[in-house]
Design a protein around this ligand. Sequence first.
Ligand SMILES: NC(=O)c1ccc[n+]([C@@H]2O[C@H](COP(=O)([O-])OP(=O)(O)OC[C@H]3O[C@@H](n4cnc5c(N)ncnc54)[C@H](O)[C@@H]3O)[C@@H](O)[C@H]2O)c1
Length: 323
Amino acid sequence: MRSIKDKNVLVTGGAGFIGSHLVDELLKKGAKKVVVVDNFFVGKMENLEEAKKHENFVLYKDDASDLGTMEAICKNEKIDVVYNMATMALIYSFFNPYTAYMVNVKIAETLMQLMMNNKFKTLIHMSSSEAYGTALYAPMDENHPMNPTTPYAAGKAAADLLIKSFCNVYNLDVVIIRPFNNYGPRQNDQALAAIIPITAKRIHENGKPVIEGDGEQTRDFIFVKDTVRGLILAYETENLNGEIINLGTGEELKIKDLIDGICKYYDYKGEIERRPERKADVRRLCASSEKAKTLLNFTPEYTFEEGIKITLDWYGEKNGRNN
Ligand SMILES: NC(=O)c1ccc[n+]([C@@H]2O[C@H](COP(=O)([O-])OP(=O)(O)OC[C@H]3O[C@@H](n4cnc5c(N)ncnc54)[C@H](O)[C@@H]3O)[C@@H](O)[C@H]2O)c1
């Protein structure tokens, strides 16, 4: 095993939800330097409150797709490892498909250029289960076909293909991680928010929770701290060159059951608004975690009950609730 300790690590999108949890864990594990590059599209300064207390934390408010900027940062900060977490939310791709698609591809292209020119050594790239599209079989392993249904997901799939091809040709030290749906504290609850934070917010602001479609669509929810542990193992495990690895739990949850559970937790007894099915919504996601177990010795530690309690308590407090 190699160690993240004493490494200079750059995290693109480090002011976002998963990125900021990763930053905290990298600092806790003794990374020599943790450098965040985030353009604050949805990233928040408050997500970096803990990180900012460390003297080995550096923040750049910049665009991670810009080659010149990234080259200068890699050089100045002597970067060893890059975690590529930056993206624009899936929902954004319904309003601005081209930009949502291109950001994923452009950042991947920039990182490949930098790696080819030895500007840093290792890349842990964050893909997404959305690259697979709806499950053709379950659990979904890493050989499941890629059938992205949104421009966001197409950008994720394209970035994976781009990175994998560079990795094959130039023998680069890359791992591609495909996490399934993440949840936990700090997930964006403003515009472009995902289902758990937006439902918590609606309940606390006297709005109605919303189910789009029949609510039978399923997701595999993994707690953010488990994902972060998997991401660090992806660096620490040697000889994974070019591997694609899922991070999920193998458990499926229907969206209507998720919403019911959140309502019960907050003792909400009001109406649930029904809206038409979201266009291009993935119907079913369920991860096979076999490869993560075999290669990374990774299994999730948080049960859904444990993770969702931490999450809903956090949003409850944020929304001014006294638990
Ligand atoms: N949240 C999930 O359920 C989930 C599931 C699978 C994969 N992922 C992937 O994990 C990664 C992190 O997701 P998240 O949920 O934390 O998202 P997030 O939106 O909270 O974080 C993404 C961050 O990237 C930043 N960003 C966007 N464009 C940028 C650019 N050009 N340059 C620099 N920064 C930029 C944003 O400001 C934000 O802080 C993403 O790659 C996402 O595709 C997330």
